[in-house]
Structures are given as C-alpha cells and as structure tokens.
Design a protein around this ligand. Structure first.
Ligand code: HEM
Ligand code: HEM
Length: 190
C-alpha cells in the first residue's frame, strides 16, 4: 500500500505511515478530559460525602481545578509552539464546526476555572488547612451564590459540549472511518 501523506508543524508534506498528534498533545488532551470528569464528579457529589470529609473533598476539587488551569495554559503554549498540527480531513463547513467547538471548549474551561477561583476568592476559603484564599468580599453571600451559579452553569456547558465533541469523534471512527479519532488515540485500529 502507498504511504499516506501527513503534515508536520512547518506545513511540509512528508510521507509518513499514518498521521497522529505528538505524544505531549495526546497526553495533555486525555489529562484534560480526565480532570474535567473528576472535577465535575466531585462538584456534583460534594453533598453526598460525610460532613467531616467535605472540606478536604472541596479542597481536592480546588487543587485539581487550579492544576487544570495551569495545564490548559501549558496546552495552549505547546499548541502555539512545538505541538503538531494536522490537516483537516472534513469539508470546510465541518472543519469550521470542529474548530469552533474546540475554541468553545478552551474558553469554557478557562472561564469555569476563573469563576471557581473568583468564587473562592470572594468568600475566602482554606485549601486542606494549608493555604487560605483571602476574602475580597467577606460576608457577601449574594455574590458568592451568583458566582457559584455561573461556575456550575459553565461546568455543565463544558460537559454538554464535551459530550457532543466525543460523539463526533466516535461518529468519525465508526461511520466516516477517516482516522480522525485514531490521531488522538494512537493504539486504536482503523
Ligand atoms: C474546569 C474546572 C472545573 C469544573 C468542571 C468544576 C465543576 C464544578 C461543579 C460541577 C460544581 C458543582 C456546582 C453545583 O452544582 O452547584 C462545582 C462547585 C464548586 N467549585 Fe468547581 N469546577 C472547576 C474548577 C474549580 C476551581 C478552579 C475552583 C476554585 C479554586 C472551584 C471551586 C468550586 C467551589 C468552591 C464549588 C462549590 C460551589 C458552591 O457550593 O456554590 N472549581 N465545581
Ligand atoms: C472533557 C472532555 C474533552 C475535552 C475538554 C476535549 C477537548 C478537545 C480540544 C480542545 C481539542 C482540540 C485540540 C487542539 O486543536 O488544540 C480536542 C481534539 C480532539 N478530541 Fe477531545 N476533548 C475531550 C474528550 C474527548 C473524547 C472523549 C474523545 C473521543 C471519543 C475526543 C476526541 C478528540 C479528537 C479525535 C480530537 C482531534 C480532532 C482533530 O484532529 O480534528 N475528545 N479535544
């Protein structure tokens, strides 16, 4: 079988067995997905854990959330510098839809982290009894409630968009069979 063409970051066409993202891009993608699932799960179940553990449970949420924020910034820097870019396999409209979805996910994730951080900053909170966020609006319960509501809304929007994004990936794999999912899941067979 003749080798397929793939493109490197400098946009040169080189013969390669099969196009796929570089290891760091793939690792950052799946770590992002794992952290989002864990954060959303902790957020939703925080009232089901025993009251004595709830503080540490929410501290874990805040720590993972901040780690995700750092990871997203690192991911954007990697993407803008050394990260591999692959050519679209779909037509222009579908490519535009996929790019818009990716941009919306990046924005929503950064927005959710910022809202979570601002909520904690507004009321002040301790993280694992090790570090305390100072409060810029202590006692303002209405502001805390508002920011918490927006935080929850943005987190739910991530889950909906990520669900549609994952469904599109599976659709590409099972029905279009164009190798798009395989670029992000290298061990997958066509
Ligand atoms: C993308 C990252 C994040 C996701 C997906 C996420 C998700 C969630 C979810 C689903 C809830 C439950 C909301 C509800 O149903 O009322 C929640 C609550 C909360 N999150 Fe996050 N979170 C993220 C990042 C952060 C960060 C970075 C912080 C702070 C440093 C944070 C602080 C909080 C706090 C304090 C609550 C409790 C809110 C309340 O009781 O009103 N979150 N989060
Ligand atoms: C919370 C979960 C997820 C988030 C936030 C997420 C986010 C993203 C983002 C932002 C990109 C664009 C990468 C870039 O160009 O910088 C991307 C690419 C991709 N994602 Fe996800 N993703 C998630 C879960 C999944 C799942 C579950 C699948 C598979 C079923 C998947 C399959 C893919 C594929 C195949 C690409 C590459 C698309 C292409 O080459 O055009 N993602 N993802």
């Amino acid at each position: 079988m003749p080798p397929t063409l793939s493109y490197t970051a400098d946009a040169m066409a080189v013969p390669a067995p099969r196009a796929r993202y570089d290891g760091a891009t793939i690792a950052l993608h799946w770590l992002t997905a794992f952290l989002i699932a864990a954060l959303w799960g902790i957020g939703q179940t925080r009232f089901y854990v025993p009251a004595a553990l709830r503080h540490d449970y929410l501290s874990l949420h805040m720590t993972l959330g901040l780690a995700l924020g750092v990871l997203m910034i690192g991911r954007l820097i990697w993407r803008a510098t050394a990260g591999r870019h692959l050519p679209p396999v779909e037509d222009r409209l579908m490519h535009f839809a996929a790019t818009a979805m990716h941009a919306a996910l990046y924005l929503l994730i950064l927005g959710t982290v910022a809202l979570g951080l601002t909520k904690v900053w507004a009321g002040g909170s301790e993280v694992f009894h090790l570090f305390a966020f100072p409060a810029f609006a202590p006692g303002n319960r209405a502001l805390g409630h508002l920011l918490g509501g927006w935080h929850a809304l943005a987190a739910n929007a991530i889950m909906i968009l990520a669900g549609l994004h994952a469904a599109a990936g599976i659709f590409h794999h099972l029905l279009l069979r164009d190798g798009v999912l395989r670029r992000m899941v290298p061990f997958l067979k066509d």
